[in-house]
Ligand binder design. Structure first.
Ligand code: PHE
Length: 343
């Protein structure tokens, strides 16, 4: 009887430790414990060695053990069944996953990166400034005092809560913010979004993007301005493109100019893009006005500098053949999906 109890205990431990992860192992379990030559049958056979007065008790124990082994077998089968049913519910872990569609960069960002990287190669650093700006940084410090007629050049959005705040009309506010820091020399490009109260159409929008440039040091001349922009045009539009400067007016530069490049669509012979002139306007520029330097506590007798500002949307439209500026801000995936490669 004692050796019987010991055996039952041993087999129980073995059954509890028996791990079953597939049908084959479940079958191994069945054969080892419940088969016709299995351990349960074998141990039942030992009843004949038990003393008659203990037979009743031994029979009970053996029956319990048999039920235990059978119950365990059912449990293991059920566990296998539930994982098998998840496979039959259509989950096949060996299949390759659904690919996540790759996003793409916005064409304005692609063009911005292209412009900025050309100036970075010349040693220009990158800076950004606020889009909600006070009157001083957007106008006053840039030599546009109150009631100056040139303020009308840019239709300004004012912020209702504070009459001193505007949505910046150009990125030139970042020039002021960088000069105010008092660290010279300055050689920076400043990309960002700007706002003007214009009627929205295929050709103009109430917000768009610019890249501003600023170089302040001793002995900076108009020749430096021209050479820098020549390099930019060559990198941007190719060595064959011609450049011309036209005298212009900005309150914050003196002298001021606008720069045109020969039309890269028709090569200068005249088309719709260049309005039959053979030239496309690219940017405004000039030597930083002494008043502007003074407003930022920089001595104009010691330091000079040049600045320029260019739009991003127009060159992007020309580059990609986009004929409506509104497409940039509509977030239509059919439009955005087309710009998967870097410029
Ligand atoms: N801020 C001017 C504009 O928005 C561009 C500009 C920048 C001109 C710097 C000269 C110098 O039109």
């Amino acid at each position: 009887m004692e050796s019987l109890l010991k055996k039952i205990e041993e087999y129980k431990q073995e059954i509890l430790g028996f791990a079953v992860t597939d049908e084959k192992q479940a079958e191994e379990f069945r054969i080892r414990f419940l088969g016709t030559k299995g351990l349960v049958k074998a141990i039942m056979g030992e009843m004949k060695n038990v003393a008659p007065e203990q037979k009743k008790e031994a029979g009970q124990l053996l029956n319990e053990f048999k039920q235990f082994a059978e119950g365990r077998y059912e449990e293991l089968k059920a566990a296998l069944g539930s994982s098998a049913s998840s496979a039959s519910a259509g989950i096949d872990l060996s299949l390759p996953g659904d690919p996540l569609p790759l996003g793409s960069r916005h064409p304005v960002v692609l063009m911005k990166n292209k412009i900025v990287s050309i100036f970075q190669r010349l040693g220009f650093a990158v800076a950004e400034g606020p889009e909600i700006e006070d009157d001083w940084h957007n106008f006053g410090a840039l030599n546009l005092p109150e009631h100056h007629p040139a303020r009308d050049m840019q239709d300004t959005f004012y912020v209702q809560q504070n009459p001193d705040w505007v949505l910046r009309t150009h990125t030139s506010n970042v020039q002021i913010r960088e000069m105010e820091k008092g660290k010279l020399p300055i050689r920076m490009v400043m990309p960002g979004r700007v706002y003007r109260n214009e009627t929205i159409s295929a050709r103009s929008h109430c917000f768009f993007h610019q890249v501003e440039g600023l170089y302040i040091d001793e002995n900076v001349s108009f020749a430096d301005l021209k050479q820098t922009l020549y390099f930019f045009v060559k990198e941007m539009y190719g060595a064959d493109v011609k450049v011309r400067f036209r005298p212009s007016y900005f309150p914050f530069t003196e002298p001021s100019a606008e720069m045109d490049v020969s039309c890269f669509i028709c090569g200068g012979s005249g088309c719709n893009i260049c309005k039959k002139t053979g030239w496309v306007e690219i940017l405004g520029c000039g030597m930083v006005h002494p008043n502007v330097l003074q407003n930022c506590h920089i001595d104009p007798a010691k330091y000079t500098g040049f600045a320029f500002g260019m739009g991003i949307e127009r060159p992007a439209m020309l580059k990609y053949g986009i004929n409506d500026i509104r497409l940039f801000s509509e977030n239509d995936l059919r439009f955005l999906k087309q710009f998967t490669s870097a410029i």
